[in-house]
Design a protein around this ligand. Structure first.
Ligand code: ATP
Ligand code: MG
Length: 611
């Protein structure tokens, strides 16, 4: 029989598990679902990012298989797997590939961590690295469970205290259930939304972020709040707690016309980077900050466009005035106009009764940051152009324009010249905003910055979650430097946050914690002699197809620790190679496996290694 306390354990610390699931999904770029032994969804991402705390409907045979057999299940092509035969959901199933790893506590399975591929790309990513990913998740799940057990003993009965706290808070606060229906709104929240408790109680309320990058340490973002056919833009933090959503509103709302607090996170010295292109950029920022001319920041996703926009604002004479950010791609067309231009009382159905100031006016004497400008609809582009030419704005329904003094900083990861050629972007607007063009180089072109940023994020994320700064093994740094970083600085930040979360307190982060894709996708020419103290590096990072251990591992798709004869052969082979070569990197090379896989296997088989 399964123990009730173990099931409770997973749900009790659901926020921790959800955070872990999201981070795991982000570093492996696959969807994650975590269920307990009763098939209750504890956490998940993508299509599995809802209905937490509810028992899964339908067969879910693969998860059931992992729980019943207490062992991994790997499926490369879901519809072909015998376990899926006769499944009632087979026709509608969108899962392409699946990997499920049991969460074992005291030799019992208390749940499953599963990775699921929905697209061709995800399927290829999972299938190309199956054994590595499987080893990796098993390894991470062991560490993770150890952490969980440490955090057992959470107190019950916090709910009353929590409710009392919300009622008496000066900060606006909304609590939604797992169906996004309002459970509770305090007075301050009702005031910001301009409505009564009775209007909202039990009604569906939508909350979603408008811009995706964080505004400093507080994590405050602009959110679109949708209710009763109305939409409001409110700044706040959205937390997911045990399947519920808790939205904490900031005291100062940008469109209430109040000046925002200067953001402590965006000073120029927090724009990390000492590589040549970054030093040049920083010098340029100091110069251009003084001017009121429009700036267009171009760069791949995650290169820090918003960080640069904020730095320009902070360096400018407008630093004490508002910095208003709007993500043109995230906001629906109808809402974009009313948010940017504002409206007067009674100008359209659904408008709040008092009218509302637009963001352009709210940014008066400050900076308006138009993120993802390439996605601004053409009609809005024309209206924005008028504002820039005339330096005045006419709120919807108003009879007279209002003069405004704003500096525009726009950003895009698109190629706007191509958009112009395709008729998706107005050429005249392009010339208006592209007075000062800034191009942010991708991280892979910033020599030396990966190391600086890694230390910066280690500091940042450990202080955010209040833990001791962990050490980083030299191999890890070498591997981080040799990776291509397609998701740029954001990808690095996400990875470090994840590593800080999964590492054991006080322990050095070693290569075994690195996700397999970082190890596999090394760019040999980027790994220099200084970055890793071993010769013949290209070979060390490229797994030869016929390498003995790699070939052997491929024959072991579902190995059970401690049971297989092949595993003891594997252990022997590793021990022998390590002894012979006396160096882990050379041994990994000789065995034809990645260094991180070697670390995992050393841990798994408890092989003693001389340092
Ligand atoms: N040079 C940097 N120094 C410190 N942190 C940085 C730097 N560049 C980016 N970041 C961090 O990386 C993350 C992504 O940055 P940002 O949101 O500015 O990127 P972006 O180019 O706007 O990305 P996207 O195109 O996806 O919107 C943020 O968390 C930001 O704080
Ligand atoms: Mg951005």
């Amino acid at each position: 029989m399964r123990s009730v306390s173990n099931q409770c354990l997973l749900m009790q610390i659901q926020p921790t598990i959800l955070r872990f699931a999201k981070m795991l999904a982000s570093v492996l770029q696959l969807e994650v679902e975590i269920v307990d032994a009763d098939m209750v969804r504890v956490a998940g991402t993508g299509p599995y990012g809802k209905f937490f705390g509810r028992q899964l409907e339908g067969d879910s045979r693969l998860l059931r298989y992992v729980i019943d057999n207490q062992r991994e299940k790997i499926v490369t092509h879901t519809s072909d797997d015998p376990v899926c035969d006769g499944c009632t959901c087979k026709e509608s199933c969108r899962e392409r590939a699946f990997l499920g790893v049991p969460i074992m506590v005291d030799e019992r399975c208390i749940g499953v961590i599963s990775l699921v591929a929905f697209s061709d790309e995800q399927q290829a990513r999972l299938n190309n690295n199956l054994q590595d990913v499987c080893d990796y998740v098993r390894h991470i799940s062991t560490i993770f469970v150890a952490k969980l057990l440490d955090s057992r003993g959470l107190s019950d009965g916090v709910n009353k205290v929590f409710l009392n706290l919300m009622t008496n808070m000066d900060q606006g606060c909304l609590l939604l259930d797992d169906k996004s229906q309002l459970l509770y709104a305090n007075e301050a929240a009702l005031h910001h939304l301009g409505c009564q408790q009775e209007q909202l109680q039990g009604r569906e309320v939508g909350i979603r972020p408008l811009t995706f990058s964080q505004q400093g340490l507080s994590g405050h973002l602009q959110h679109i709040i949708t209710f009763e056919g109305r939409q409001e833009l409110i700044i706040g933090q959205l937390h997911h707690v045990q399947g519920q959503q808790l939205f904490l509103m900031a005291f100062h709302q940008s469109h209430s016309g109040q000046v925002q607090e200067p953001d402590p996170d965006v000073r120029i010295d927090q724009l990390i980077g000492e590589s040549k292109p970054m030093r040049t950029l920083k010098r340029l920022l100091h110069r251009i900050a003084q001017s009121p001319s429009s700036v267009l920041i171009c760069g791949e996703s995650g290169t820090g466009k918003e960080v640069v926009a904020r730095a320009v604002h902070r360096l400018s004479p407008r630093q004490d005035k508002p910095f208003i950010a709007i993500n043109c791609a995230a906001i629906p067309e109808q809402l974009l106009e009313s948010e940017l231009f504002g409206y007067v009382k009674g100008s359209f159905t659904g408008a709040s009764s008092g009218g509302k100031q637009g963001l352009i006016q709210a940014a008066h004497q400050g900076t308006l940051f138009l993120d993802e400008i390439g996605d601004m609809p053409l009609t809005m582009q024309a209206k924005l152009l008028r504002v820039l030419e005339l330096r005045e704005v006419t709120p919807i329904g108003a009879s007279r324009p209002v003069p405004v003094d704003i500096r525009i900083i726009a950003a895009t990861h698109q190629h706007l010249d191509q958009y112009i050629a395709e008729g998706k972007f107005r050429e005249d607007l392009y010339y208006r905003i592209n007075v000062i063009p800034l191009n942010l180089p991708p991280l892979r072109e910033r020599e030396g910055d990966v190391e600086l940023l890694t230390h910066y994020f280690l500091n940042l994320h450990t202080s955010r979650i209040g833990i001791v700064y962990p050490g980083l093994a030299p191999e890890v740094m070498a591997l981080l430097k040799g990776y291509r970083w397609p998701g740029n600085v954001r990808e690095l930040s996400n990875l470090i946050e994840y590593l800080v979360n999964v590492s054991q307190a006080g322990e050095v982060i070693d290569a075994s914690l690195l996700p397999p894709n970082i190890i596999r996708n090394q760019e040999p020419h980027r790994v220099t002699a200084q970055s890793i103290p071993v010769t013949n590096l290209d070979a060390a990072f490229n797994v030869p197809a016929a390498a003995p251990l790699a070939a052997m591992s491929e024959k072991l798709p579902e190995s059970v620790p401690g049971e297989s004869g092949l595993e003891s052969m594997e252990k022997q082979m590793i021990e022998e190679t390590l002894q012979r070569l006396g160096n882990k990197k050379l041994a990994a090379q000789a065995l034809g496996i990645g260094i991180a896989t070697l670390y995992r296997k050393i841990k798994k088989y408890e092989i003693a290694v001389q340092s």
